[in-house]
Design a protein around this ligand. Structure first.
Ligand code: TYM
Length: 334
């Protein structure tokens, strides 16, 4: 049996990268036999940078709505928000005492997010990867589907599991495998092909949000940065052309075709024709999901029911594991 765990931060602006790199794969994994899927809205992670409380509530429901609208079945899979299951915070504290400062100092995401203002970053932002390891290992998850940018955090999760097992002389936590698959494991910004598409980019034109309507999608694709040459006829021709590579990659991922096949159709043509086809494809694939997300966000009672039920089922798995951790560490459970 494999146990799948993954999470998305409720920090607003859910985008095409989150969908193609992660959420779409969550849906696919749910269909596999002998797998148990647990999908979390990681609100504890969100507050590592300031979140307005009302916005956090809305964004938490938005991620849950995206999971549901994308096709995650809340009966078959578990959908819940992280803060509702106390094992995450408890195990994260234990891992704060297992992980080494030197390990966290190597995390590139912290360096990117803290930037020049490192001294002003929250302690939580620094310890973020320990909480992520706790998310995964509180369920002894065997597989974690993520986009490419989370790879280093998953390597750290394995290091933490191994050190815990060694320190206490147990064979308790599994060595979790990352699942980074699909044609778009790293979707880039529409404004700059060398930067990742991100929720926090100040320019809304850098990303396609999952709730964007046809007009917004069309405007953003039309404005997407390109280069002056026609599209190449082979994949080698994409070398050194990050914007072309990104747009062709998005087309391939949305249409379920491979990049060579897409270039077979559009190679030699100007970007304008290709962009028109990409708009149609994106509207066709994302439109219904965006509409369903909006419908669900207007029905917060239903979304809250899903989260409440999910939290109960998640806690039923995590609490006994956390109890064992307490015994291993030497905490009394009077
Ligand atoms: P987050 O919220 O930044 O992103 C959610 C998921 O989307 C993927 N992703 C992308 N994939 C392709 N192209 C992009 N431009 C792109 N941007 C984001 C991310 O890789 C991720 O899979 N730390 C995590 C959340 C987390 C988590 C976990 C994940 C917390 N605990 C435990 C797995 C297991 C994060 O910040 O994701």
């Amino acid at each position: 049996m494999s146990r799948i765990f993954s999470g998305v931060q409720p920090t607003g602006n859910l985008h095409l990268g989150n969908y193609l790199g992660a959420i779409r794969n969550f849906v696919e994994l749910q269909a596999e036999e002998n797998s148990e899927c647990i999908y979390c809205v990681v609100d504890l992670h969100a507050i590592t940078v300031w979140q307005d409380p009302a916005a956090l509530r809305a964004n938490t429901r938005e991620v849950a709505a995206a999971y549901l609208a994308a096709g995650i079945d809340p009966k078959r899979s578990i959908i819940f928000n992280q803060s509702a299951v106390s094992a995450h915070a408890e195990l994260a504290w234990v891992f704060n005492c297992v992980a080494r400062l030197g390990w966290l100092n190597r995390m590139t995401q912290f360096k990117e997010k803290a930037g020049k203002h490192r001294e002003n970053a929250s302690v939580g932002l620094y310890a973020y990867p320990n909480l992520m390891a706790a998310d995964i290992l509180a369920y002894k998850a065997t597989h974690v589907p993520v986009g490419e940018d989370q790879k280093q955090h998953l390597e750290l999760t394995r290091d933490i599991a191994q050190k815990f097992n060694n320190d206490f002389g147990v064979d308790f936590f599994p060595m979790t495998e990352p699942l980074i698959f699909g044609a778009a494991t790293r979707v880039m910004s529409l404004r700059d092909g060398s930067k990742k598409m991100s929720k926090s980019d100040p320019s809304d034109y850098s990303r396609i949000n999952l709730t964007d309507g046809p007009d917004e999608i069309a405007r953003k694709v039309r404005k997407a940065k390109t280069d002056p040459h026609p599209l190449p006829e082979t994949t080698e021709g994409l070398e050194g052309r990050p914007e072309a590579r990104n747009l062709v990659g998005i087309f391939a991922a949305l249409s379920g075709r491979d990049v060579a096949d897409v270039l077979g159709e559009f190679g030699g043509q100007q970007f304008s024709a290709f962009k028109a086809a990409l708009v149609d494809l994106a509207v066709e694939k994302l439109g219904p999901m965006g509409a369903e997300m909006k419908r669900l966000m207007a029905d917060s009672a239903y979304v809250d029911d899903v989260l409440r039920d999910g939290a109960k089922r998640a806690a039923a798995i995590a609490t006994p594991i956390m109890d064992e951790v307490k015994d291993i560490v030497g905490f009394l459970r009077p």
